[in-house]
Write a protein that binds this ligand. Structure first.
Ligand code: GDP
Length: 702
């Protein structure tokens, strides 16, 4: 063995079980990152082959052929053509599956033409008997000039054999199974003469594909060997036909299929699941179930996490020496970490469901079903899952957009998902609605407050769809979208695949967006608990003095509430609230609401808590009614009008419906789009739009 580390590229069509093979080979020894500069996921892992030899497995994005029609496919071609790339493989492992061998082998023959040692994995061997498929492996190996590993990653069969083949990759033939040059011998001979040191098939790819090749001047080759676009297309078609002829001939002698077993109940199930009516009914039923989980059942672990971190905070406060450092830990860092951990149950649940839907083969039917509708708005059939799960929380929902292959559709989904009403908006809506909408019934049974809440949900959803429509029109992104939905056969999900997926998504959230959330939480804590002026530093003295001068006697806990309110008013955030007062006045807000708006940037639900502090209602009395009563009683110091009147209330509701008031969402958008550009665009656009609608609403209603 020449090296102790063998580099292996795992290549295959989507849905052949490539991820399952990767998981079998690497277990939890995997890393997920991004290819530099683009948003394609880069997965790699390590597999022990023998005592002294390891393999570095690079899981390349699923691709149908070596025609660069998407960023994903570009990644594959660019790696396989660039010998100088640090990941350039010693051996390529092409994964196929028994039921779609014919189509899967197209990619295999292309890879073979690159003259890289190649192993063919035929996966899902466990389905051969059921489908009446027989394979003559020695004949296939001979015809395809390769070694074959017949594998069932589900039953964990054939993996050892595959490892062995990788270990002995040097004995593999690098001979192509068919020469592309035969499609036009004259043209290719000239090409060979002009570039004697280059691989012919590589030159052909340089001419026909729109990809970057280092160490080759693409223009030079193209200019001297140019053909008309139509001619090139004709040659490419000829190439594909030749490949399929070769594959057909090979399978004729190497594969036997008992047709009587090939027909199955799958078609019947498909007919129901993609039915014009039942299809939607079933899908929305499943969505309801997911929604139920995300919304209701994940609240149990979330409450637990919330409580645990609150306990940690008070423990730290009690046990550490009083001072700035302790405050930082108990009020900044611990709640900041809590603010990350609290999302884990929802993320885990959502990905559990998404993985199961994908693994079972159902997701492809959903895409087929929803695609027609969603495509009109520049979204994909798969966007429906993020949009709906955004009602629980935008964080897992935006991560859920990962399985949308087309980058433009994925980006639009990421950008519009925060418009759907998430659960953090609920406490804000609840208190505002109870303040400004009377407890009346319309038509005898419909609650007016309930209707208002529903209208807000519909507004959010409508706005998401509308902005998608606009973005689709004006976003200039060159993403060719071919609508190919694969209809894989139905399968029971593999526990290992689901588990690894959930784990990996959770880890990506904690390490990616988590850092930003923590940092911003600490900054907001600092701004809310520090101030420059003497007023801030002498808060306690001033409050006591004021109470004494007015001859008011309060118990210590109420005094503490007043001190906290006074401190918040004179903190940096208090200043910010006062500074933005002229800007938010036209919306009907005073500086106190301004403070709540600024601090609720950490998370929308903080709005209510901040107002509670400002109005100095603590945890000493029945909090909810007290905040509500205080808000209801609050009057403007000069005009004497109610602060939370109908116009201000509607203005606030609209502001919270549309504004991007959530640092965690910004953090996850940064992570998922790999740049600050999109979260900033989102922040500016959403906040701008929220401001405008709130302004119009207040000015019209006041
Ligand atoms: P990828 O798209 O190529 O990465 O494919 P996945 O690894 O996600 O697998 C696609 C589907 O095939 C999933 O439903 C897997 O559970 C299923 N699958 C993977 N390997 C096997 C196998 O060996 N046998 C069977 N019956 N199903 C498999």
């Amino acid at each position: 063995m020449s090296s102790n580390l063998i580099k292996v590229a795992l290549i295959g069509n989507p849905n052949v079980g490539k991820t399952s093979v990767f998981n079998e080979l690497t277990g939890l020894n995997q890393q997920v990152g991004n290819y530099p500069g683009i948003t394609v996921e880069k997965k790699q892992g390590v597999c022990k082959l023998s005592d002294s030899v390891k393999a570095k497995i690079i899981d390349l994005p699923g691709t149908y052929s070596l025609n660069a029609s998407s960023i994903d496919e570009n990644v594959v071609i660019e790696l396989l053509l660039n010998k100088n790339d640090e990941d350039f493989p010693n051996v390529a492992v092409v994964v196929t599956e028994v039921e779609n061998l014919k189509r899967n082998l197209l990619l295999f023959t292309q890879i073979k033409d690159l003259e890289i040692p190649t192993i063919l994995v035929i996966n899902m061997a466990d389905r051969m008997q059921l489908k009446g498929i027989e394979l003559n492996i020695p004949i296939l190996e001979k015809e395809l000039k390769t070694k074959i590993a017949l594998v069932s990653s589900r039953k964990k069969i054939g993996i050892e054999n595959l490892k062995n083949l990788i270990l002995n990759y040097e004995t593999l033939s690098t001979e192509p199974c068919l020469h592309a040059s035969s499609i036009d011998p004259d043209y290719f001979n000239n090409l060979r003469r002009a570039f004697p040191n280059q691989l012919l098939y590589k030159l052909w790819l340089v001419i026909t594909q729109d990809v970057n090749f280092l160490n080759l001047d693409r223009n030079e080759i193209k200019s001297s060997f140019t053909k008309s676009h139509a001619d090139l297309k004709r040659l490419q078609q000829k190439e594909t036909i030749k490949r399929y002829q070769f594959i057909n001939d090979t399978l004729k002698i190497g594969q036997k299929i008992d047709v009587s077993k090939a027909s199955d109940i799958r078609a019947k199930i498909d007919r129901i699941l993609t039915h014009k009516i039942f299809g939607y009914v079933i899908f929305f039923g499943i969505l309801m179930l997911i929604f139920q989980f995300l919304f209701d059942w994940s609240s149990i672990p979330m409450d637990f996490i919330d409580e645990t971190f609150a306990n940690f905070s008070s423990l730290a406060k009690q046990n550490l020496p009083a001072g700035e450092f302790t405050n930082l830990i108990s009020e900044g860092i611990i709640p900041g970490i809590g603010g990350i951990v609290i999302f884990i149950p929802q993320i885990a649940f959502l990905f559990l469901f998404i993985s199961v839907l994908e693994e079972s083969g159902y997701m492809s039917r959903v895409v087929f079903l929803m695609d027609k509708i969603m495509r009109r708005f520049g979204l994909s059939g798969k966007s429906i899952v993020p949009l709906i799960s955004g009602t629980a929380c935008a964080i897992p929902a935006i991560m859920g957009a990962r399985n949308i292959e087309n980058w433009k559709e994925r980006l639009i989904t990421i950008l519009v998902t925060p418009f759907t009403t998430c659960s953090a908006r609920l406490p804000v809506y609840a208190i505002l609605i109870s303040l400004i909408i009377p407890e009346k019934r319309v038509l005898g049974f419909l609650s007016l407050q309930g209707l208002t809440l529903m209208t807000l949900y519909l507004l959010g959803f409508g706005m998401a769809i509308f902005s998608a429509f606009i973005l689709n029109k004006y976003l200039k992104l060159n993403c060719k979208s071919y609508f190919v939905v694969e209809m894989p056969s139905y399968k029971i999900p593999m526990f290992k695949n689901v588990g690894i997926n959930v784990l990996e998504k959770t880890r990506a959230f904690v390490t990616g967006a988590g850092k930003i959330i923590l940092a911003l939480s600490i900054i907001l804590w600092y701004l809310g608990s520090h101030g420059l002026s003497d007023d801030f530093n002498n808060a306690e003295k001033n409050v006591v003095a004021e109470l004494q001068s007015k001859n008011i006697k309060l118990n210590p806990s109420l005094i503490e509430d007043k001190v906290n309110a006074y401190k918040l008013e004179n903190s940096y955030i208090g200043y910010m609230g006062k500074t933005i007062e002229p800007v938010i006045k036209p919306l009907g807000y005073d500086w106190k609401i301004g403070v709540a708006v600024v601090s609720s940037f950490a998370a929308r639900e903080v709005f209510v808590g901040t107002l509670a502090t400002i109005y100095s209602v603590g945890s000493h009395s029945d909090e909810e009614t007290t905040i509500k009563n205080r808000m209801a009683a609050e009057v403007h110091p000069i005009t004497g009008n109610k602060v939370f009147n109908f116009a201000t209330g509607i203005s606030l509701l609209l502001f919270y419906a549309f504004a991007m008031q959530c640092i965690s969402t910004l953090a996850i958008v940064k992570k998922e789009t790999n740049s600050w550009k999109w979260p900033i665009v989102q922040l500016v656009f959403m906040s701008g739009f929220a401001y405008l609608t709130a302004l119009i609403a207040y000015q019209v209603l006041k």
